[in-house]
Ligand binder design. Structure first.
Ligand code: RFL
Ligand code: PHB
Length: 388
């Protein structure tokens, strides 16, 4: 087989890149290790920056998002019995966030791809990129016991943190920066109305809590748990009781509980690899970087990478210039490190970091300072809605 761009991974980064290329008639194939149903069954992010909304519009997968997505203009912030609000729209000259699940974006992109007739190979096994430093880049994979080979101009490694693309790069060509936090998030999704029409970030002495949503009838809640916590030790009743205990009383009293559609624990990690380009292979999204979800940046970064790579590929196919391709790493990493910094800052500000009361005192001082300073609130808002 032959194509222009072989895309490894059919998550949001891979599917969006495929859609943008497809719209411009640039031939591409997506190789996804899992089935379509498995990919759509993963519950992950839900908060989109304005720039992500704009890119999805450009990709022409915006109709359902605009119908069903919820526009947010601020978020709530609870600490030490105080209930505050960050009006980010007001503080950023009009920028909003959109609540629309990653699962829904992926579904919209899959539907658009099916309509376009582009090729996606699901349940592709042993996907392996070859010769991306040489003159004949290609990707091999196995399906139904047979080995296949795809010759291509470029390989896009969009296969997430545990994917094969980054692992295929020799250690001498890559630098990895990593920090694993000693806690994770226990998340629960339920078909109940959200406790608030805005997202709530809650600092509590026993650990962080987050109240979010996917729609007016579907809520997503998280609580901080130790990294070695076992999911089987958490019944739904125990989750709801602990969430209520961490929320201010008047909010806990309003909380509507219901059967869980999904419950899972996600470890929190900061990770960046440099560079993001290796010859004719480019990494995009979680394959190149992971941020803890506290700043809601992971999916937004993946979308920005896919768009930056698309712009560079489009320029190459239109003009023959490699300038944008050669700038890909530097362009992405500038934004990635700023998001890594913000996500780390939000994480260390809100979570219980240790049993040492010094940490909590400093966190409370920082939260109080933030609420007393318009400049600090503006900096928080500017980073939350996404830097240009
Ligand atoms: P994805 O979504 O991980 O997609 C990668 C795809 O590649 C496939 N794959 C392979 N395909 C072929 N061959 C291989 N060898 C392959 N290995 C893997 C996988 O099956 C998958 O379909 O990466 P992408 O596209 O870069 O998108 C990134 C986002 O998914 C991610 O940044 C966010 O979801 C992160 N994240 C969250 N971000 C937020 O902003 N807010 C959140 O609440 C939030 N919650 C989460 C999260 C990530 C989680 N992970 C990674 C476990 C919750 C979880 C549990
Ligand atoms: C979510 O809705 O899953 C969500 C919201 C805000 C975050 C992280 C996750 O910061």
């Amino acid at each position: 087989m032959k194509t222009k761009v072989a895309i490894i991974g059919g998550g949001p980064a891979g599917h969006l890149l495929g859609q943008l290329l497809q719209n411009q008639g640039i031939d591409n194939i997506i190789l996804e290790a899992k089935s379509k149903e498995y990919v759509l069954g993963r519950i992950r992010a839900g908060v989109l920056e304005q720039s992500t909304v704009d890119i999805l519009r450009e990709a022409r997968v915006h109709e359902r998002m605009e119908r069903e997505g919820l526009i947010h203009e601020g978020f709530k912030l609870f600490f030490k019995g105080r209930s505050e609000r960050i009006p980010f729209k007001e503080l950023t000259g009009g920028k909003i966030m959109m609540v629309y699940g990653q699962t829904e974006i992926t579904r919209d992109l899959m539907d658009a791809r099916e309509t376009s007739g582009a090729t996606t190979i699901y349940e592709a096994e042993n996907v392996t990129p070859h010769d991306f430093h040489g003159g004949s880049p290609r990707v091999t994979y196995e399906k139904n016991g047979e080995t296949h080979e795809i010759h291509c101009d470029f390989i896009a490694g969009c296969d997430g943190f545990h994917g094969v693309s980054r692992r295929s790069v020799g250690a001498e060509n890559i630098t990895e920066y990593e920090y694993a936090y000693p806690f994770g998030w226990l998340g629960l999704l339920a078909e109940v109305p959200p406790v608030s029409d805005e997202i709530i970030y809650c600092h509590h002495e026993d650990g962080y809590a987050l109240c979010s949503m996917r729609s007016k009838n579907r809520s997503r809640y998280y609580i901080q748990v130790p990294i070695d916590e076992k999911l089987e030790d958490w019944s739904e009743e125990r989750f709801w009781a602990e969430l209520k205990r961490r929320l201010p009383t008047e909010v806990a009293q309003r909380l509507i509980t219901g059967p869980a559609l999904e419950m899972s624990i996600a470890p929190l990690r900061s990770f960046v690899c440099e560079p993001m380009q290796f010859g004719s292979m480019f990494l995009a999204g979680d394959a190149a970087h992971i941020v803890p979800p506290t700043g809601a940046k992971g999916l937004n970064l993946a979308v920005c990478d896919a768009k930056t790579l698309f712009d560079a590929l489009e320029d190459f196919y239109q003009t023959g210039s490699r300038t944008k391709l050669n700038d890909y790493s530097a362009t992405c990493l500038d934004r990635v490190w700023k998001a890594a910094r913000f996500s780390w800052w939000m994480t260390t500000l809100f979570h219980k970091l240790s049993d040492n009361p010094f940490h909590r005192k400093v966190q409370l001082a920082e939260l109080e300072y933030t609420m007393s300073s318009m400049a600090a609130q503006a900096a928080l808002a500017e980073n939350f809605v996404g830097l240009d």
